[in-house]
Design a protein around this ligand. Structure first.
Ligand SMILES: [Mg+2]
Length: 193
């Protein structure tokens, strides 16, 4: 349940044609923007999504960010959604990711089924776990930079490191047979439990 379908070094490395899911649920902080109130989108993300949509590979995109308070933080997510021509979901404080509610709301906004949808994010215990629970394809992206203090306070990154080390060990053992070539920097985890 904690293992993503794929692991990548950077959002722009994902080959969505090979992922093969036309709907995208996309995390914001540390996935497409640094984790800071005034941080902009990473260079090239709008163009990347435009190109991927224009080619028919992606049909719709919904941002799902665990931002639930703070006018500037909320406005930043809304502004990103406008720039990216995406829907957005801002969960209430009792239904933050990995709760199913924000993922279900995103699916509803896009008119998508879980089997047609890929979840992309930088946290195993929110993005990947939430997506896996609903049976969606999940892509773990290495975080762009430092986290919000709560991520460390709850020891999530330390637990993530154990999950990622387990992959690395299993992948190294099976490297010749599990390389799928699904995009730059991508590896397949050894198994999906
Ligand atoms: Mg994040």
């Amino acid at each position: 349940m904690l293992q993503p379908s794929l692991c990548v070094d950077h959002f722009l490395h994902i080959d969505f044609a090979k992922v093969g899911r036309p709907f995208l649920i996309l995390d914001v902080d540390n996935t497409i923007s640094a984790c800071a109130t005034h941080a902009p989108l990473i260079d090239g993300v709008a163009e990347f999504l435009d190109t991927t949509r224009a080619s028919g590979v992606l049909r719709d995109v919904c941002l799902v960010s665990n931002v639930f308070a703070g006018r500037r933080k909320v406005d930043r997510v809304k502004r990103f959604a406008r720039v990216l021509r995406a829907h957005y979901v801002l969960p209430n404080v009792f239904h933050l990711k990995p709760h199913a509610a924000p993922f279900r709301e995103a699916l509803g906004l896009m008119g998508a089924h879980p089997a047609q949808t890929v979840v992309v994010g930088d946290q195993i215990f929110t993005d990947v776990l939430g997506g896996n629970r609903l049976g969606m394809f999940t892509v773990y992206v290495r975080p762009l930079g430092p986290d919000h203090w709560t991520t460390w306070f709850t020891f999530r990154r330390l637990r993530e490191q154990r999950v990622l080390r387990a992959w690395q060990t299993a992948r190294d053992a099976r490297e010749s047979s599990t390389r799928a070539g699904m995009g730059q920097g991508m590896v397949l985890p050894a198994s999906a439990d």
